[in-house]
Design a protein around this ligand. Structure first.
Ligand SMILES: N[C@H](CCC[C@H](N)C(=O)O)C(=O)O
Length: 256
């Protein structure tokens, strides 16, 4: 018998397991079955919270397809909330994930997560590209609500270039105001649109500054709610001091 928790951050949802005292060995098929919306618990990913020397904890993130993923921003925020709920820290924490160390703060029911420093924009296959811990393509739309994100996202994610390059997450952005954007994301590893993608909205905020002079902090509307991204740009065009903030909530506890 194993207990697990379900968390969501702006509708990006995760099965969360406290793996500090127990050895969890789940196969790719088992993780995919747990994440399945119809045959399992249902989630965009599964996260193990483990012990880590020199840090409060380690986050190990698997995409819904059962493969270990690159960094997940909303998953990171949910893991921080999980760690606080487990009594690991009270206000401030530092943890390690696949893309390196992260700091985070708890502000009421919101989690403010420091993201990895990000290289300057690259033009890849005709679009802006950033690696904010995960690979992200940024594409603008002036009618985001009407977009078929599953169709348009898959067409790019599976085109010749990205197939050879290992795939990417594909974000569609609509400019909304002087400091606000709306974003919809097709996620690699889920292979569908999710309600929100933390590393994705981070890439979009950086690009809104780079291409449209949008000032930090940028408010981002996603299908699952509001996020905020703040950042600084260095003279070489790269970005540092990037913070992603938004709600992260426990949804339920279960046993299997
Ligand atoms: N939903 C995640 C992104 C996961 C990235 C994953 N889809 C991959 O490319 O491995 C987030 O909030 O940042």
């Amino acid at each position: 018998m194993l207990s697990f928790f379900k968390y969501q951050g702006t509708g990006n949802d995760f099965v969360m397991i406290d793996a500090r005292e127990v050895e969890i060995n789940l196969s790719q098929e088992e993780i995919a079955a747990i994440c399945s919306r119809r045959f399992g618990v249902g989630a965009d990913g599964l996260i193990l919270l483990k012990n880590a020397d020199g840090y409060d904890f380690r986050m190990v993130y698997y995409n819904a397809d059962g493969r270990e993923g690159s960094m997940c921003g909303n998953g990171g925020r949910c893991t921080v909330k999980f760690a606080a709920d487990l009594g690991i820290f009270e206000k401030e924490t530092s943890f390690i994930a696949v893309d390196g160390p992260h700091e985070a703060l708890l502000i009421d029911d919101k989690v403010r997560l420091k993201m990895t420093d990000t290289a300057a924009v690259a033009e890849v296959d005709g679009n802006s590209f950033y690696n904010t811990g995960s690979p992200h393509v940024v594409i603008y739309s002036d009618n985001l609500g009407a977009l078929d994100v599953n169709k348009e996202g898959a067409a790019i994610r599976y085109n010749e270039y990205w197939q050879a390059a290992g795939g990417s997450n594909i974000n569609f952005v609509e400019l909304k105001g002087s400091q606000s954007i709306a974003v919809r994301t097709y996620e690699r590893g889920v292979e569908a649109e999710t309600y929100s993608c933390g590393t994705g909205v981070t890439a979009c905020a950086l690009d809104a500054w780079q291409k449209h002079q949008m000032k930090s902090p940028v408010a981002i509307n996603t299908l699952g709610g509001q996020l905020e991204v703040s950042f600084e740009q260095k003279t070489d065009g790269s970005f540092s001091n990037i913070w992603l903030e938004g709600p992260a909530l426990r949804v339920f506890k279960g046993i299997w």
